[in-house]
Design a protein around this ligand. Structure first.
Ligand SMILES: [Zn+2]
Length: 288
């Protein structure tokens, strides 16, 4: 199966009361690990690529060709979307040109009128090409005394305005944070999530910053319309941890332990285990 958009997989998840994981990729190892687990678990999957990661891999075209070729060489049968993560207006167009099947346009830093105008244009373009589009609504508040303990919170009225443009899926801050959560984090704001869900339904919602949110909060968010959850930091942390342990144990100095295929293997296994656990938590196993 070739690349698919998010439209069908996220609508099915929304109706079925589960979420599809977006796992960000950085290189061949990441991509292979995530695809193998998706196939093993018979789960749909979204490969997220940030503009920085695309640049690291030397361009959108390289990423698209690698992923497409890997779907074939690994005989992947589950639905796979290749999705631009936090794309700029220009980046979105480049990724579309290179063959991505889905785009996130993050216009959250623009004034709402400009975010709406640009999102509207990209919705029309992606509809025309059969792609899906994720939009993001800007954050309001969340910061107290310069401390980000509350995370970002979106305005439900702005969420409705952007959702009404016909976006496939909508990212809105409900206290979630990218990266590691601070010790004083207050948790997800379910009151705001309910308000957003009430005015944007049946548009599925996205939860960014999926690393470190307690499982019960993740399940509750899914029950309130969250159908896509982004996981990035978690795979990075477990990969680094497993690689550090391999080196600290001196295994790179034993025999051919320095061979990159051996050196990177524990990290790859750690990513696979993390992806398995997230898919089980999100409920996407056997949903392909
Ligand atoms: Zn994000």
């Amino acid at each position: 199966m070739g690349l698919v958009s998010l439209t069908e997989m996220c609508q099915k998840a929304y109706q079925g009361g589960y979420a599809v994981g977006q796992f960000n990729i950085n290189n061949l190892e990441w991509t292979k690990a995530i695809l193998l687990v998706a196939e093993e678990q018979k789960s749909p999957v979204i490969l997220g690529v940030s503009e920085g990661a695309a640049k690291y891999m030397t361009g959108y075209k390289v990423v698209t060709e690698m992923v497409k070729a890997m779907l074939e060489s690994l005989k992947i049968t589950v639905p796979v979307a290749l999705h631009l993560d936090h794309g700029s207006y220009e980046g979105a167009k480049l990724a579309i040109e290179a063959g991505f099947s889905s785009i996130m346009f993050d216009g959250s830093h623009y004034p709402i009128e400009e975010n709406i105008a640009k999102t509207k244009e990209l919705v029309a373009l992606s509809n025309q090409l059969g792609l899906s589009l994720e939009a993001e609504v800007g954050a309001i508040g969340g910061e107290e005394d310069g401390v980000i303990g509350g995370g970002e919170i979106a305005d439900p009225a702005e969420c409705k305005a952007v959702s009404d443009l016909g976006v496939t899926i909508l990212a809105a801050g409900i206290g979630n944070i990218h990266g590691k959560y601070p010790a004083n984090w207050k948790g997800l704001n379910f009151e705001v999530l309910q308000k957003i869900h009430d005015v944007t339904s049946p548009t599925p919602l996205v939860l960014h910053g999926g690393t470190g949110i307690p499982d019960d909060m993740v399940r509750r968010a899914i029950s309130m319309g969250v159908s896509k959850i982004n996981v990035n930091t978690e795979c990075q942390l477990v990969f680094a941890d497993a690689t550090r342990k391999y080196i600290e144990a001196g295994k790179d100095l034993e025999g051919k332990g320095f061979d990159p295929r051996k050196l990177l293997a524990p990290g790859v296994e750690a990513i696979k285990q993390a992806v398995r656990e997230k898919m089980a938590l999100f409920g996407s196993v056997q949903k392909a």
